[in-house]
Design a protein around this ligand. Structure first.
Ligand code: A2P
Length: 260
């Protein structure tokens, strides 16, 4: 029985980073012919017993990068992540050929300010979008929010922001127009509380110095758990924003962060 394995890219892991006992990222070589739009996801995994064991992963690297980056949780009994968390430099991973997804600039109508609202590993597609020059051609300002249970889980986002700051080319492209806002829900931090609360009580907008969402100028992308994406999606609707898709661009788009 063909299982599609022969059609998949086989790439080599070039770097792994562990942030907490539940979070890690890995980078792989990129096949020359592999094209994607920043914010899309692909099926990624390992070959086990001659079969592909795959899971959807947002591509965290921007579409111009020479390597592919993925940000993942570690699930002790997860069929894939229990194994994938042990990959090291030189190991082989497999990637399906067709990336897809709704967290893409094309799914939004033109606007002035782009909000990227994430929880947990939902920051991954936005790590791609905030490093894409096209984002800054299309928006005057980009606000990246990341909310987690605990402070150490914010590490991926802080490292990302630091990487952008230290990259001369990216720093110039971004030109101070990217703002990072983080909150945690289960311990003390600059901002404490779920992002939904911080939207509803105005904390997010007051902190970044913007008026609440307005369909005339604000666009929103959302990535997190099902409950989170539903709740933030409803907050968008309460502000008069309409949900968009690849075939019908509008004011906000949603993708569930992948688990397991
Ligand atoms: P909380 O600690 O109150 O559950 P998870 O790891 O479960 O995906 O959660 C990641 C972050 O998202 C946590 O800070 C969690 O807060 C928050 N969260 C969970 N559900 C929602 C929701 N419906 N709306 C907004 N934030 C949520």
């Amino acid at each position: 029985m063909p299982n599609g394995l022969d059609l998949m890219y086989r790439e080599v892991v070039v770097e792994t980073r562990h942030y907490t006992d539940r979070l890690f990222s890995f980078r792989t070589t990129r096949p020359q012919s592999f094209r994607f739009r920043s914010g899309e996801f692909a099926m990624v995994g390992l070959e086990t017993d001659g079969k592909p064991l795959l899971r959807a992963y947002s591509i965290a690297s921007p579409s111009w990068a020479e390597t592919l980056e993925f940000f993942s949780i570690k699930v002790a009994d997860g069929p894939l992540t229990s194994r994938l968390q042990n990959v090291k430099e030189g190991d082989e991973i497999i990637i399906n050929r067709k990336p897809t997804g709704t967290l893409v600039l094309d799914a939004l109508l033109p606007g002035k300010t782009l909000y990227l609202i994430s929880t947990g590993t939902g920051i991954a597609p936005f790590a791609s979008i905030v490093r894409d020059p096209k984002t800054y051609e299309q928006y005057e300002r980009v606000i990246l929010t990341h909310s987690c249970r605990w402070v150490p889980e914010l590490a991926y986002g802080s490292v990302l922001m630091q990487t952008i700051e230290e990259d001369e080319v990216l720093r110039e492209i971004v030109g101070g127009r990217l703002t990072y806002f983080s909150s945690v829900t289960r311990e003390d931090h600059t901002h404490v509380g779920r992002i939904t609360k911080l939207i509803d009580d105005g904390t997010l907008f007051a902190t970044v110095g913007e008026a609440p969402w307005d369909p005339a100028k604000d666009r929103v992308m959302i990535c997190g758990s099902t409950a989170m994406t539903n709740d933030v999606g409803n907050a968008c609707k309460r502000h008069g924003l309409t949900e968009g898709s690849n075939s019908r661009p509008a004011d906000f788009v949603i993708e569930k962060a992948f688990v397991g």
